[in-house]
Write a protein that binds this ligand. Sequence first.
Ligand code: NI
Length: 202
Amino acid sequence: MAPMAGEDGMDNKLLFDKAVSYITALFKDNSGGHGTDHTFRVYRNAMYIAENEHGCDKEAVGLAALLHDADDYKLFKTVDNSHARAFLRENGFSPVRIDEICKIINSVSFSQNIGRTPDSIEGKVVQDADRLDAIGAVGIARTFAYGGENGRTMGESITHFYDKLLLLRDLMNTETAKRIAIIRHEFMELYLKELFTELKID
Ligand code: NI
């Protein structure tokens, strides 16, 4: 599903469209399109959460969401957010603004920010948006897709639920994300219960 600019998204449609083209081209050679799908869902989650956060800078949230995996160390060998920075520079953002957006991006990663909460509301929103995409029905699908691509057994994929996915509900920053996370968490528990019944290992 393609994301939207406008009413529920970023105000600057041209900038939004350029960002979509930029990341689509970036991920085409690097992750078989999975990165793009995930990025668009994170953008939609982020814009939805931002609606309920007063004083939230929606342009920064939208750009950070769209660019949040543009320099993912698992996919790219870039340093200092060079893909994100190149896009923002090309589109006339000031160095200060670019630093602001990169700071939001860098506060998102789960593995690189254990125990740390983003200090800006924009960072909190984008982090929640990314984490929401790791849980629930989408999270289950992503876990097994990733497991398949990386030669993991079903058991190894299930371990990932306990190592990460089932912890995320209690780590959400915003009330909106907490509300959504509760539903997605319950669904994962239901799924695991049924899975163990079928595997008879409960
Ligand atoms: Ni992500």
